[in-house]
Design a protein. Structure first.
Length: 755
């Protein structure tokens, strides 16, 4: 008998060597065993005819491994550069043992093993074309699925979603400290379910934990959402439950709650050090979403994670914890599978050798026009839709399509010259990276149209945001040193085409009587005598037709402020601006309200000043409102002096750029790191640390700041230091030529580095 349902997740039962497929059918989610799939890896061996070894001998020898089910000869492309397939051995392993087998084969045969780090679940999804939250048809015998297939379409945009039961969890701690500790008991637990807020509190902490377990069992949620569940919340719950002799189980198969302690790692990402603790709390049959670490989950729904699962062919708990680059990689892996390209364990695309002069010419990045600091009236913002990924798709940019040859065997008939660079793009075959981005671009465009039509706009906006994140990161991932299918030359080809496009855009603007105020890579701000909707639409159409990438108008500003650099007042920072649209909407970039290292209090201070300035309908009214904005700043400073500020609103954040023992200067980050190390806290490069300035000018470095973990009720913040931050927030809103002496801080204050 055939059944239909929604595949929610898949896990592995290592004891039974089986997949567990969690399927929602008739409102109930059940886990079924599935054994009709073996993960596989591939190895390439050079056969030496004189050695007496044949393919059959190798296969028989390999099959002696206890975790290998069978092996067979196959033909695959071993690199994306190959024009012909090569013979390889496909090795089927028992479920969950492929990495162990890969290590043994590498050691024994001294060969490269492909597909070893593609998880068994992801392999199963890809090869069966099945994905989480998709409809499936299956046949079962008791609690075992015999056959299963998808009856859904991954490329669909207007797809149905299963009815998922979702709860949120928040733990309130009984503490008298500014920030709670593990030793503090649970006060109560809040469960957010539907429109209800359930307060769980027993007579004792043990009763509270038992009642919490009972509520989870009764509600039977599909999704549990937390804030900091991986690193804090469940670790704390686990410790408190253990202390009270309670065994919590949040998985559907009643597996006891545990915290998986991963290996911490620090790495460079987009010019900053990033830290990942490696800790994960995942459930079986239920989905744990840690909202603090997921780039795809929206507080109002899980649609972004669902779209990520359909694209990446990966389980939801894995997708919600993936970096955007990892999702990019997963999409590429799927296409590599379908194109019979083997996935290497490490990057195998080294950069071509270049002279110093060639590097200087190639590595120039995107084009940015240098603006002048000022207040500009009637400014139109236009930008290109997904410029970089569109270039990669329309120009067929991928590692294997980069041609550095001086002689082309096809007489250059398939070649596209890269502007200003000494290499070309080959169009003879479709590039893997370009092909992988096609569906993402198409779906995002379709989602945007659905959003504009108003049809289920909130749902499609969350899905569209997931695709936007993938597209934003795909360019950086193309040049990432560890990307399996990346290449620096492909990365630089994208920016070369982008520079040419922005220059052409400027030329068209000038032809139509428009003046370029500012331009950043794929966005421009223009002024002109005629900025009517019709004229700007015609401008966007001409640009789109000329460069084959859609440009659209984003909005019209009453005024746009490009502030001055603090060090060089006559120069504007390239990525700092704010303005008010004609509909009253406010947009800010690069200033305190947008910076992650700004404390809440200073952010609120600047936000109040912007709201005052936003009442101005033009430049003259803006200038008239500067004194009022300054007075608002002074009021925030007066509150600091009065001591009426919550210490938690003054917490500053910074990211450690190195390990604590590697700091040489007494920067605030270094001081806080040293304080945390002293109290036996584990601190690594890339981690964010939190602190309050207490004696910012103290000769003793250790007294200048206090880590949040060390705050006491007697701790007092440094009033002058925070007052200077408020003044700086004011100065960063006003171009230097409009700042009168009574508004500005002293030169000494200007040179202080608060971050």
């Amino acid at each position: 008998m055939k059944h239909q349902g929604w595949l929610i997740d898949a896990t592995i039962n290592h004891e039974n060597r089986a997949f567990i497929l969690w399927i929602k059918e008739c409102g109930k989610t059940i886990g079924y065993e599935y054994r009709n799939f073996q993960p596989s890896i591939f190895i390439q061996i050079s056969i030496d005819q004189t050695s007496g070894w044949t393919w059959k001998k190798y296969i028989r020898s390999i099959e002696e491994h206890p975790e290998i089910v069978r092996a067979e000869l196959d033909n695959k492309y071993t690199t994306i550069y190959d024009d012909e397939k090569s013979p390889v051995i496909k090795v089927y392993t028992t479920i969950g043992s492929q990495q162990e087998v890969a290590r043994d084969l590498e050691r024994r045969l001294h060969t490269i093993v492909y597909h070893a780090d593609i998880s068994p679940i992801q392999q199963f999804f890809i090869e069966r074309e099945i994905f989480p939250f998709g409809k499936v048809e299956f046949e079962k015998e008791k609690n075992t699925i015999e056959r299963i297939k998808t009856i859904d379409d991954r490329e669909s945009v207007e797809y149905d979603l299963p009815e998922l039961v979702e709860v949120g969890i928040e733990v309130m701690i009984d503490t008298h400290s500014f920030f709670p500790q593990d030793r503090d008991p649970i006060h109560h637990i809040v469960i957010f379910y539907q429109d209800k807020k359930i307060k769980v509190r027993g007579l004792t902490e043990r009763d509270t934990l038992l009642s919490f377990q009972k509520y989870i069992d009764e509600i039977d949620p599909d999704i549990i959402v937390t804030q900091g569940g991986d690193n804090q919340l469940f670790r704390y719950l686990f410790l408190r439950a253990k202390l009270q002799g309670v065994e919590l189980s949040l998985s559907r198969d009643h597996t006891p709650l545990s915290v998986k302690q991963g290996s911490p790692s620090s790495y460079w990402q987009y010019n900053q050090i990033v830290f990942r603790s490696g800790n994960e709390v995942t459930f079986r049959g239920r989905i744990h979403i840690d909202n603090s670490g997921s780039p795809y989950y929206s507080p109002s729904g899980i649609e972004g994670v669902i779209e990520g699962c359909r694209l990446a062919f990966a389980p939801p708990q894995r997708v919600s914890r993936m970096t955007i680059g990892a999702v990019n990689a997963a999409v590429q892996f799927y296409n590599a599978y379908k194109m019979d390209i083997l996935i290497p364990p490490v990057k195998k695309n080294p950069e071509y050798l270049k002279s110093v002069g060639e590097i200087a010419n190639i590595d120039r990045g995107g084009l940015i026009f240098q603006p002048c600091p000022d207040i500009y009236e009637n400014v139109v913002e236009c930008d290109f839709s997904s410029m970089y990924p569109t270039l990669m798709v329309t120009r067929n940019i991928s590692p294997e399509t980069i041609c550095m040859r001086d002689d082309c065997p096809y007489n250059y008939q398939y070649c596209t010259d890269v502007p200003e660079l000494q290499f070309r793009i080959c169009r003879r075959k479709r590039g893997l990276v370009a092909k992988s981005l096609e569906l993402v671009l198409e779906k995002r465009d379709a989602f945007k149209k659905l959003i504009e039509s108003g049809q289920d706009a909130p749902k499609y906006k969350k899905m569209q945001n997931t695709l936007k994140g993938i597209l934003v990161s795909c360019f950086g991932y193309l040049g990432f040193r560890n990307a399996r299918f990346g290449r620096v030359e492909a990365h630089t080809a994208v920016t070369a085409f982008a520079r040419e496009i922005l220059i052409r855009t400027q030329e068209i603007a000038e032809e139509m009587g428009l003046v370029l105020v500012h331009g950043i890579v794929d966005s421009i701000w223009i002024q002109g005598a005629d900025i009517s909707h019709e004229h700007i639409q015609e401008f966007c159409k001409r640009v789109s037709d000329s460069v084959d990438i859609t440009m659209s108008m984003k909005g019209v500003y009453r005024w746009l402020v490009i502030p001055s650099s603090r060090m060089h007042p006559s120069i504007a920072p390239l990525n700092r601006y704010y303005g008010v649209f004609i509909n009253g909407g406010i947009k800010t970039r690069g200033i305190e309200t947008r910076r992650r290292d700004t404390c809440l209090y200073v952010g609120d201070c600047q936000r109040s000043m912007i709201n005052i300035l936003a009442r101005g309908r033009n430049k003259r009214e803006f200038l008239d409102l500067i004194p009022e904005a300054y007075q608002a700043c002074q009021q925030y400073i007066e509150r600091l002096h009065a001591g009426n500020v919550d210490m938690r609103d003054l917490v500053l954040h910074s990211r450690l750029t190195r390990e604590p023992d590697q700091y040489r200067a007494n920067s605030r980050s270094a001081i806080v790191a040293a304080q945390l190390v002293k109290i036996k806290r584990e601190v690594h490069a890339g981690q964010k640390v939190r602190y309050v300035m207490v004696e910012a000018d103290s000769e003793s470095a250790i007294k200048r700041v206090c880590a949040v973990e060390l705050l006491k009720e007697t701790t007092r913040y440094d009033v002058d230091a925070y007052a200077q931050l408020c003044i700086r927030a004011f100065e960063n809103l006003i171009p230097a030529q409009y700042l009168h002496e009574e508004y500005t801080s002293s030169q000494e204050t200007r040179l202080l580095d608060f971050y």
